[in-house]
Ligand binder design. Structure first.
Ligand code: BG6
Length: 529
């Protein structure tokens, strides 16, 4: 298989050999100091620091690596370490959908010896001058080479001010030998205008190559594998077009509710939270044209182009082609759960959607006439993220005079999570004298071929920032293309409040309106597998 960084990684030849092994491990990243703004926050303890531990365990951090936590809470390196250790322990014990596996203790010790803490407000210029002095001290003692990676794990209203302050303190200026990079989390804007404004603001201080806009779905191995499937195999590409494909379904179904994130979610909703970023990245990977190389800009240009080709909608079309839902009470995995409106920090008559389904077209030569359907929601029956490609039906004539009534369609299913793999569904003749057909599946499961390393999905992304590979990050125009595609729905929904919320039970497959959306086009959702 091709590796993005150009290495060839050999896969096991047959599953029977059962020699599971690690994927080829890249060399340690160059020395640097990584500064996390929002060091005491949820993202830091849940994903970023466990990912750093996994990178340390895999030998992918430089011996000169240093980690600086910045947060407005008073604290010390010692206290920060203790809190992180306790939090990581809890996440491992709780398990759940965050994929945090056991944290290796020696890796954690290695990392904690390299940690320091600086108390400071993101909006206070003094924070940045103290940080500059602190980093200069680290450069001397640890030879971090003056390379700095600033990770903004803070609320999005601080993104632009933090970047401006980094600039004012001289921390964003690169030299030939020293890089300065900034990782920006989501949400990147709340709509097209605010995303454009944020891009314009941060581009006053940083060059595009210094900005790493994270979409953590791109850190998932199975998402990256979509490109390998399509472009490292001769078999599929000839089928990947309007002549052979009937429609595409992308599902991102979660069983979790909004948890403790009610405040954030109330003003965000499922559409903003999931669609312009995660879901459309899956669509882009599936529908993009082949890039001329695996160079970051070559790949990102093709992804951006396909998002820009999503057909614009007027308000009436947006109201017809996009449906929303909100969960009521119900049972999920044998647990009785309250409706969204009774979750903490949620208004009792909230109109925020927790489910979206949308049908759209991609106006280009490859996809003209092929409907794309996406759905995503919380508190659904199963946790399942998959891309399902339905191929056109075979001509019927051959089976005249047999008992074959309805021919089943062929599907290719890319299972992103859980139970990562790829399945191809097709018809086979049942053994026996009479011609009848049965649907069968050819199934590839990652776990049968590759040994999974502990992974939060952030490891690849952080490593890539350190080596300066932006392939898996969103460029300014990619983010804007995502927002542009969904903006008509945001506008239509702002002007038209839903009247039927809650309209699906927790533990169900979503609202009836999502099925009707499909039925109108003569299609059906695949059951949540
Ligand atoms: C986040 C959303 O970006 O992605 C969450 O804010 C969502 O609402 C999460 O639950 C899903 O990511 P994953 O990796 O758990 O599938």
């Amino acid at each position: 298989m091709l590796h993005r960084h150009g290495q060839a990684v050999e896969a096991e030849k047959t599953p029977d050999t059962a020699h599971l092994r690690e994927a080829g491990s890249p060399p340690p990243a160059p020395p640097c100091a990584m500064v996390i703004f929002g060091a005491a926050g949820d993202l830091t303890k849940r994903l970023v620091v466990p990912a750093l531990c996994n990178l340390a365990q895999a030998g992918q951090l430089s011996g000169q690596f240093r980690l600086v936590g910045v947060d407005h809470n008073t604290g010390s390196a010692e206290k920060w370490r203790e809190k992180l250790a306790a939090a990581m322990h809890d996440f491992v014990v709780q398990g759940g959908e965050s994929n945090v596996n056991a944290v290796d203790q020696s890796a954690w010790r290695w990392l904690s010896e390299r940690m320091s803490y600086l108390q400071g407000d993101v909006n206070d210029p003094g924070t940045y001058t103290r940080l500059r002095d602190h980093l200069a001290g680290l450069d001397k003692t640890a030879t971090t080479a003056g390379n700095y990676l600033f990770y903004l794990a803070v609320a999005d209203r601080f993104f632009a001010p933090a970047v401006a302050q980094l600039g004012a303190a001289g921390l964003a200026t690169e030299t030939e030998r020293q890089w300065r990079r900034v990782v920006i989390e989501k949400p990147f804007g709340h709509g097209l205008l605010s995303a454009k404004a944020l891009n314009a603001e941060i581009l006053k201080t940083l060059k595009e190559h210094q900005i790493f806009r994270i979409d953590h779905f791109l850190g998932k191995e199975t998402v990256q594998n979509i490109m390998a499937l399509r472009f490292a195999n001769g078999l599929f590409e000839p089928l990947w077009n309007r002549q052979q494909i009937d429609h595409v379904q992308v599902t991102v179904a979660e069983t979790i509710g909004v948890e403790h994130r009610g405040k954030f979610y109330e003003k965000t909703g499922a559409l903003r939270d999931m669609v312009p970023n995660h879901v459309l990245q899956l669509v882009a990977m599936t529908a993009m044209e082949p890039p001329i190389s695996f160079d970051a800009d070559a790949v990102r240009s093709k992804k951006t182009e396909v998002l820009q080709a999503i057909k614009p909608m007027d308000q009436a079309q947006a109201l017809r082609d996009a449906v929303r839902g909100q969960y009521g009470g119900g049972t999920v995995v044998s647990q009785n759960l309250p409706p969204y409106r009774q979750e903490p920090y949620v208004e009792p008559n909230s109109t925020t959607e927790t489910f979206v389904a949308w049908r759209f077209s991609i106006d280009n030569w490859r996809w003209a006439g092929v409907p794309f359907f996406i759905r995503t929601g919380k508190r659904l029956r199963r946790r399942s993220t998959e891309i399902a490609i339905r191929f056109r039906q075979a001509p019927f004539a051959l089976f005249r005079g047999t008992q074959v009534g309805q021919m089943n369609p062929n599907w290719m299913i890319l299972r992103i999570q859980p139970d990562e793999g790829i399945a191809l569904e097709f018809a086979a003749k049942r053994p026996g004298p009479v011609v009848t057909l049965s649907n069968v599946s050819m199934d590839f499961a990652y776990k049968n071929y590759f040994k999974a390393a502990p992974n939060t999905g952030y490891e690849t992304l952080i490593y890539d920032c350190m080596i300066g590979d932006a392939t898996l990050f969103q460029r300014a125009d990619t983010v804007e293309a995502g927002w542009q595609a969904v903006q008509p729905i945001l506008d239509a929904w702002t002007d038209n409040s839903p009247s039927d919320f809650p309209n699906y039970a927790a533990g169900s497959d979503g609202p009836a309106a999502a099925d009707e959306l499909m039925a109108r086009m003569g299609r059906m959702w695949r059951p949540l597998a």
